[in-house]
Design a protein around this ligand. Structure first.
Ligand code: SF4
Length: 419
């Protein structure tokens, strides 16, 4: 077994006496401020009514056009660069393998999640299509144009997967169906399979079934918070947001029954005040149900209600990434691991040599999400720099090289064994 303590190789932060699992008390969101009536529900965009052009690149200094799904969608900056509709280069990435499409409305998302840049409390400060989300801008284009580009690429498309991200809006169920229909009408599921990042709050099991029947491949639920308490504080009544832990689990269980084994998953954000054991117990629960977990390292998103809080310490994040990989893909169970008094992983439950080979492969430290065409444990959804800056990478959107692995080992406090 590989025990951090036994090796005397404790991570730097722990050696310096710093608690490396940020406490529930520390990770408290700010309270949302009220919004003037005229600016609520996309009032500024709807009252000016600027007609959209082909592409809209977020710019807070110009009037945001009146764009609405299903005719328009937003996409990650990485997807826009890969599609060729935005110029730019990404650090050590030539493209993204996942075309993340986000539904868009002047009213924006009606939820208020504390860590999210799209949240409703930003209505006065920034129009919806100008808001940053997982650290990047989301350009908008007509849905038809986006689908047309990928359809013309055919088998040569760089995308291994497309994902429709629903938001909390009264039209998002119907518009997700419409975007999915448009997509599958032009692009075969074998060429680019589709994932749905759902919005359980407005959905019924019937909606889940409909998306499967229309050709969606994988269904995911962004639980995000690892415990009911953190969920309530960051996504529920704590921030005047409509979500409930129970409804999220009801839809996740429906997805298990409807989409089946290996075809559903849950997003979890690491570092919002939960313990490492809390997260990994949830990862184990998902595996026992037949699903997967997709992990995000907490980053203080600019403009969010948690933008004043610290990003997840790297040693904490690396332990959770490694342990999650072992549970999801290597048959290790959370009960095989040991945890210290603060719920931190103290032993990963594998012989040292085996664990070292897995660390050397670097696969556990790549971005996690729905699979692409490379291998089952490598995500198509690579989200370049969605949870960290390139200078201090949390989720690697590419295969880490030897130097990267050396850095990861230092962050874990587990240097390569001698010999
Ligand atoms: S529902 Fe999703 S998009 Fe809306 S505020 Fe919450 S995390 Fe952000």
């Amino acid at each position: 077994m590989t025990c951090l303590k036994r090796q005397g190789l404790e991570p730097r932060e722990r050696q310096a006496g710093r608690p490396d699992s940020d406490s529930l008390e520390t990770m408290r969101p700010r309270a949302p401020q009220s919004t003037p009536a005229a600016l609520k529900n996309g009032g500024r965009v709807k009252s000016t009514g600027v007609a959209p052009a082909d592409i809209y690149r977020p710019d807070h200094n110009v009037l945001t056009p009146d764009m609405r799904s299903p005719q328009y969608v937003q996409m990650s900056t990485a997807a826009a660069i890969t599609l060729g509709i935005s110029k730019g280069r990404m650090y050590r990435c030539s493209c993204t393998r996942c075309l993340n499409l986000l539904l868009t409305y002047p009213e924006g998302c009606r939820a208020n999640c504390a860590y999210c840049g799209l949240a409703r409390h930003r209505e006065a400060e920034r129009d919806y299509a100008d808001r940053n989300f997982i650290r990047v801008d989301w350009p908008a284009a007509s849905t038809e144009q986006v689908i047309d580009i990928v359809a013309r690429q055919g088998d040569e498309t760089p995308f291994h997967r497309m994902c429709i991200s629903m938001i909390t809006h009264p039209n998002s169920d119907a518009d997700t169906v419409s975007v999915l229909r448009q997509w599958t009408g032009r692009i075969a599921p074998e060429t680019v399979p589709v994932s749905i990042l759902s919005n359980p709050t407005t959905m019924t099991p019937g909606d889940v079934r409909r998306l499967r029947d229309l050709g969606a491949d994988i269904f995911t639920v962004a639980i995000d918070a690892a415990t009911p308490e953190i969920f309530e504080r960051t996504r529920g009544k704590g921030v005047q947001s409509p979500h409930s832990w129970k409804k999220y689990w009801d839809i996740l269980l429906a997805a298990r029954d409807i989409f089946g084994l290996g075809k559903f998953g849950a997003h979890i954000i690491v570092g919002m005040g939960e313990t490492e054991h809390d997260v990994l117990a949830l990862v184990q629960r998902l595996v026992d149900m037949g699903g997967h977990s997709h992990m995000f390292c907490f980053f203080p998103e600019k403009g969010s209600l948690m933008d004043h809080l610290p990003a997840t310490p790297r040693d904490q994040w690396r332990r959770v990434q490694l342990a999650r990989h072992l549970i999801d893909y290597r048959g290790v169970r959370v009960e095989h691991m040991t945890f210290d008094g603060l719920g931190r992983v103290a032993d990963f439950g594998l012989p040292a040599g085996e664990l070292d080979a897995i660390i050397a492969s670097a696969i556990p430290f790549r971005t996690s999400g729905c699979p692409g065409k490379e291998r089952d444990d490598v995500s198509a959804c690579d989200r370049p720099y969605g949870d960290s800056p390139p200078s201090d990478i949390a989720s690697y959107p590419f295969q880490p090289n030897k130097r990267d692995v050396g850095k990861i080992r230092r962050q874990l406090g587990m240097p390569r064994p001698a010999g």
